[in-house]
Design a protein around this ligand. Structure first.
Ligand code: ADP
Ligand code: MG
Length: 445
């Protein structure tokens, strides 16, 4: 039996054991690429898959590979983009191994066509695109893409590599992080193989180096890089680098390097604005086979702001949580995830005081009365509405709501939440009232 057949059987088993979204999120992207000593080699898109499957579906995966035609198979994960760093027995997996090695450490998932463009990154994207199409033959040499974490620098760099190879697969594209460059250099020194080191890098048609800020303080590596840079630049080879800061502001890099960088183009990436965040979320949801209601997308975009990695992480977490807990993706689940990821309160600017003030304003019941003792029906309704909103919008604990509203017991709060929940279904007036209050608080969902 070959590995495709084995995996086919395992998948059939998993489909019976796990909900459909778990299969599409975590198992459809898995590709069998070989078999070694009764272990099936599974290629996954990234480390996150390894961890997730390992911590949540390990049992099912093991069972699925048990007793297939009388053999108990095991498994081992290989991460797609790093596959060259994982030692694989070449005789066992000849075909796929070459295919993966040819990828040259380029992450196939980072492409121009799935990079969302906005005012925050369009200049960088256009420069990268033009470099990919005409490496070495444009004014942008070196091209330096700089900016904060999670804003797409690495994505753009790999997109250049992917596109350049697609246009001309004879190009020698060398893509490394600055740490890998350093490591190669140090290993070269240690093993007296500095010539091999120099050759690997000087034979590049395109050299892409990620996160050059990590060259900081490594004088000898910088010297090597300086020579490599010059050799490539003089012969019209393309160099692309990413950095966390504008090169002119980088500390710990030699001046002669920094001045070389001036000869090319430095472009920045900035955090995405609201519309770009929405577009990115739509794209990431689609990539993950997830269809989310638009108001959920907006909700995430409104709360997760700083970088694209967090946006992506939020989508993955939602997927994971829904498959793990076998729950539908609804507003509640999304709120929970966003709350976890933003580390606490949602709608940061809304407090219990704000809610009481607003309810008081709209219901014409004074704030004192809302938190007071009166049981008059319009007063207790305003109180219940306020408690309900504190729970829903801020997620305050039942106990704390009770304490805030005149030292009441948490069962009173449970009762209030239930009363309002029931009324929203039956009484259009309450539903409308809630809508108005939320809107005026600047809250939606
Ligand atoms: P950086 O290298 O700047 O820290 P990355 O390139 O690693 O950031 O991006 C983090 C994640 O966000 C990656 O998964 C990447 O695909 C994604 N990403 C960043 N910017 C965009 C964008 N404009 N469109 C689509 N995905 C993006
Ligand atoms: Mg990066």
């Amino acid at each position: 039996m070959n590995y495709d057949d084995i995996w086919g059987k395992a998948q059939a088993y998993l489909k019976n054991e796990l909900p459909g979204h778990a299969i599409s999120a975590w198992f459809d992207p898995v590709e069998p690429i070989g078999l070694s000593e009764n272990k099936i080699l599974l290629e996954v898109p990234n480390q996150f898959f390894v961890e997730w499957i390992d911590s949540h579906y390990d049992k099912q995966l093991r069972s699925s590979l048990k007793s297939i035609n009388g053999v108990d198979y095991g498994f081992r994960f290989i991460i797609n983009s790093n596959s060259t760093e994982i030692s694989v027995d070449k005789t066992t997996f000849p075909q796929k191994q070459t295919r993966v090695l040819q990828q040259n450490n380029i992450n196939k998932l980072y492409r121009f066509d799935n990079f969302i463009e906005g005012g925050n990154n369009e200049f960088a994207k256009n420069a990268a695109f033009s470099v990919a199409n005409n490496p070495g033959e444009n004014g942008f040499n070196p091209l330096i893409i700089y900016g904060g974490v999670g804003l797409g620098k690495t994505h753009l760099m790999h997109a250049i590599g992917n596109q350049a190879i697609e246009l001309n697969n004879h190009l020698n594209v060398v893509i490394v992080t600055s740490e890998k460059f350093t490591l190669d250099f140090v290993n070269g020194l240690r093993k007296n193989k500095t010539i091999e080191f120099a050759q690997k890098y000087r034979k590049a048609d395109i050299l892409l180096i990620d996160d050059i800020q990590f060259f900081r303080g490594k004088e000898q590596t910088q010297e090597q890089f300086f020579h490599t840079f010059n050799a490539l630049h003089q012969t019209g080879k393309q160099i692309v680098m990413t950095a966390d800061k504008y090169p002119g502001e980088m500390k710990g890099l030699q001046d002669r390097l920094l001045s070389r960088f001036q000869s090319g183009l430095s472009v920045d990436v900035q955090p995405p604005n609201f519309e770009v965040r929405v577009a990115i979320l739509l794209e990431k949801a689609e990539q993950n086979g997830l269809s989310l209601e638009y108001d959920i997308i907006e909700f995430i975009a409104r709360h997760v702001k700083d970088n694209v990695r967090d946006l992506e992480g939020t989508i993955i977490r939602i997927l994971a949580k829904s498959s793990l807990m076998n729950k539908e993706i609804d507003h509640r689940l999304v709120r929970e995830v966003v709350q976890e990821r933003t580390g606490g309160r949602l709608n940061n600017d809304i407090s219990m005081e704000d809610i009481i003030k607003k309810v008081s304003n709209i219901s014409s019941v004074s704030e004192d009365k809302i938190v007071g003792k009166s049981r008059k029906s319009e007063i207790s309704e305003a109180r219940q509405l306020s408690m309900f909103l504190c729970r829903e919008i801020i997620g305050t604990s039942l106990n704390n709501i009770g304490i805030f509203f005149g030292g009441r017991d948490h069962t009173t709060v449970i009762h209030a939440v239930k009363t309002i929940t029931d009324k929203t279904e039956k009484d259009p007036r309450i539903k409308k009232l809630l809508g108005t209050i939320k809107q005026e608080l600047g809250y939606s969902f």
